[in-house]
Design a protein around this ligand. Sequence first.
Ligand SMILES: [Zn+2]
Length: 132
Amino acid sequence: MQTAMDMRYKSYVPYSHFHVGAALLTNEGYVYTGCNIENSSYGATNCAERTALFKAISEGEREFEAIAIAAGREEGIGDLITVPAPPCGICRQVIREFCGPDFKIVLHDKEGNIKVYTLSELLPESFGPENL
Ligand SMILES: [Zn+2]
């Protein structure tokens, strides 16, 4: 979670000023990081979770244990107010492509308390590769 918190400062968010960082843990213990990257054509924006996952996939990783996601809203110059950010629907589906139902999604509440969910809790009755 600390790595995800740190990654918030790498995000490119000139439009929303909503910073998100992610840290993805592989089964072998490697960590891939990500941040959200906005675009003036809003639909081209990429979330922190998908940035981390796509980085890992592009490096040949296929098995994952958990992802930590942290978010913050700008408050003054360089300061962030920690706010919860559960993964959006698109990210849940992308995670589902590569991760099983017990994959852990580590979030924080606005006080910074850690909460751990499984993918099946956040995306029940999901559609995945085995459905095709
Ligand atoms: Zn997302």
